[in-house]
Design a protein. Structure first.
Length: 393
């Protein structure tokens, strides 16, 4: 190693932070950073944005109303359909038989109701006539009984007179004051009067029996209104049976119509899980149809909502289409945070509570034409930028 000369002196190096050009460069960098942050604040101070936002759309789940095996599937995945288009068909034979059975039951109910209506009409028509006829027969029987009673009274008087004549003629015949012929005539007259009395009494008994019979028929005839009420109740029961059978037929026809799955709206088929020969059950989702214009649900922090209000314009960028900006506007705020409407809302009444900034779902509606929004699908990630300085709509 060589040694320095004895008279040689070394100059100490200047520290880097004391060099003028380094200090100037650090100062300039700090100024640039401050200016950058200031410009960023200046550009974004009238904007609110979030990356917790997604595309939403109307989605209707297609579920069969009846059980059965799938005969045909008429649509493919992602196919465009119109309202009323046939999506699939379930084997309809069981439901066709139920319709036929319901039609037969309705025919039987109609026949029974018709018979009950005829009975009601006949009973209602003849009831008053039968009562009048029975009353007339009773009056006639009572008149005949009165006549028979008078005949009995006359026969009793005649028989008493004839018997008195016989007794008197018998006394005279014993004294030989009258002839045998005259006495025999008195005896014959007595016997004839007795026979007439007996016949009159039998006639009176027959007349009394006819009165009793007429009274019974009148009582039976007077039960006609009750029979009318009974027939009316039977007719109402028949009408109810017809209504029940008609309802069963309507239900059977409705079930038969459910064997055809049709599109309820215009849209596109999504998440199809239906195949030919598959056994399906009511209420099981077999496909979905996405329809209508999409919208955005953006979850903003609650601290971002102070200057946001309905109608403000929004610029939306979609991750799937970089460089494309969609025009929209703020439509509405959900009346509650997302956590509040979750399946298990948080319980804040606890001793170890930690405050967390909540997010509020905000609905944003596109202002673009429908054809521009065709490729926007539910679930896509977006980033909306709410412009706070423009007037509300």
């Amino acid at each position: 190693m060589s040694e320095l000369p004895p008279n040689t002196q070394t100059t100490p190096a200047t520290p880097a932070h004391e060099r003028p050009w380094i200090r100037k460069a650090a100062l300039a960098g700090a100024v640039v950073v401050v200016l950058g942050f200031f410009m960023l604040w200046l550009l974004t101070r009238n904007q609110e944005s979030t990356d917790d936002a997604f595309i939403e759309a109307n989605v209707v789940q297609i579920s069969p109303h009846v059980a059965g095996y799938v005969l045909h599937v008429q649509v493919n995945d992602n196919q465009v359909v119109k309202a009323g288009d046939l999506l699939a068909e379930i084997d309809p034979r069981d439901y066709q038989l139920r319709v036929q059975q319901a039609e037969a039951s309705l025919a039987v109910a109609l026949a029974r109701h018709g018979a009950a209506s005829q009975d009601l009409s006949v009973v209602s028509t003849t009831s008053q006539a039968v009562i009048a006829q029975a009353q007339g027969a009773l009056d006639s029987a009572r008149a005949l009984r009165a006549q028979a009673d008078a005949q009995v009274a006359a026969a009793e008087a005649q028989a008493q007179l004839a018997h008195s004549d016989r007794v008197r003629y018998q006394t005279l015949f014993g004294k030989d004051e009258i002839s045998r012929q005259r006495f025999d005539q008195a005896v014959t007259a007595d016997r004839a009067a007795a026979a007439q009395l007996d016949a009159a009494r039998r006639g009176a008994g027959s007349a009394a029996a006819q009165v009793s019979q007429a009274e019974a028929k009148l009582a039976e005839a007077r039960s006609g209104p009750r029979q009318v009420a009974l027939k009316a109740a039977q007719e109402q029961g028949g009408k109810a049976s017809v209504a029940e059978a008609q309802a069963a037929l309507d239900q059977a026809r409705l079930d038969l119509s459910y064997a055809r799955l049709v599109a309820p709206v215009d849209g596109r088929v999504a998440r199809r899980t239906l195949y030919q020969g598959q056994l399906v059950q009511p209420g099981t989702s077999v496909m979905a149809i996405v329809y209508g214009n999409p919208w955005v649900v953006a979850n903003f922090k609650e601290t971002q909502l102070r200057r946001m209000h309905v109608g403000q314009p929004v610029e939306v960028t979609v991750d799937a289409f970089p460089g494309k900006t969609f025009k929209a506007h703020l439509d509405s705020f959900q009346p509650g945070t997302g956590a509040r409407f979750s399946l298990l809302p948080p319980e804040n009444a606890s001793g170890n509570y930690v405050k967390v900034v909540q997010r509020v779902p905000v609905k944003i509606v596109f202002d673009e034409k429908p054809e521009v929004l065709e490729r926007l699908a539910p679930g896509m990630s977006v980033e909306p930028k709410v412009l706070l300085t423009e007037a509300s709509r």
